[in-house]
Design a protein around this ligand. Structure first.
Ligand code: AKG
Ligand code: FE2
Length: 290
């Protein structure tokens, strides 16, 4: 069973919490974010959708040029704010069949740097204290995402390890997943393979010599041992912290209830960050929590 506790403002992460994280690769911190702050982020995310979604490619799919436009848009979002549609938001003719605010799968990937509301939320001593507790003393933020998991059409996220996309040597990426709304089996909560981080990294998403991004296998067997799967049902305001090698997933949302989450990914400033990773600091250096 995943270890659940509250963050101690004075003491930080307890020995028990640190031990559980080392064993399982994941830790659940309940009541980390006050409800009013969750609502503020939700409100701001909707404003960002209104601002950015109209420029997002994807309202007509399957055309060849559309594919290039989508790839370029995705890559530019590494140091910007992009809006990405749910596949289920379109009809067979490729026309949007839900209102824009119900059509977006996620916003990403630099709100933590570029948007004042998300910037303020994504920094501070509390987050650094959590990072310290899981062994990420020199944390550098590389990515943020606001995931909507829309009612009815919220897509599945296949089992993966975040170190596949944010590779460092040695492995250092840590995921900070904030439940902006209650997340449960019905609306597509996270699930993960406890202890699965010990099996090492299965794949890496690297820029190839020709410039294209591609998944490369690092192990012969890419299957997951689903025996170890545990569902991480959490209330609004919970922070789930997980190791970059922790395998995790979420199911489609067939319910009438959305499942908003905000995620931050940080790496160690002491680790080597390769030029082949899809996200590069560019003109902006990766900033710390403090
Ligand atoms: O929220 C989800 O469904 C998946 C999130 C995820 O994979 C992550 O935060 O690393
Ligand atoms: Fe992930």
């Amino acid at each position: 069973m995943v270890y659940r506790c509250r963050f101690d403002e004075a003491l930080g992460l307890s020995i028990e919490a640190r031990t559980a994280y080392a064993r399982d690769g994941v830790l659940v911190l309940e009541d980390f974010v006050p409800a009013a702050q969750c609502q503020g982020l939700q409100q701001r995310a909707l404003e960002l959708v209104a601002e950015h979604a109209p420029q997002a490619p994807g309202t007509v799919f399957s055309a060849r040029d559309q594919r290039y436009a989508k790839d370029a848009y995705f890559e530019n979002s590494a140091r910007g704010i992009g809006a990405f549609f749910e596949a289920g938001a379109f009809d067979a003719q490729g026309r949007l069949c839900v209102p824009l605010e119900r059509a977006i799968n996620k916003l990403g990937h630099a709100m933590h740097d570029l948007d004042p509301v998300f910037q303020a939320f994504s920094h501070g001593a509390r987050l650094q204290a959590v990072a310290d507790g899981v062994g990420l003393g020199d944390a550098k933020l590389v990515q943020s995402m606001y995931i909507f998991k829309q009612p009815g059409i919220g897509g599945e996220v296949n089992c993966h390890q975040d170190a596949t996309y944010l590779y460092t040597e040695p492995q250092s990426v840590v995921g900070f997943w904030f439940a902006i709304e209650d997340a449960h089996r019905g609306n597509g909560c996270l699930g993960g393979l406890l202890g699965g981080q010990r099996g090492g990294l299965k794949q890496v998403f690297r820029r190839q010599a020709g410039g294209a991004l591609q998944l490369e296998p690092l192990q012969a067997d890419l299957r997951w041992d689903m025996e170890a799967l545990e569902w991480l049902e959490v209330r609004q305001g919970t922070l789930i912290v997980f190791n970059g090698l922790f395998p995790h997933l979420s199911e489609p949302n067939h319910s009438a209830q959305s499942r908003h989450a905000y995620t931050l990914h940080a790496v160690s400033g002491q680790a080597t960050y390769p030029a082949s990773n899809w996200i590069q600091p560019g003109g902006m250096p990766f900033t710390g929590f403090v």
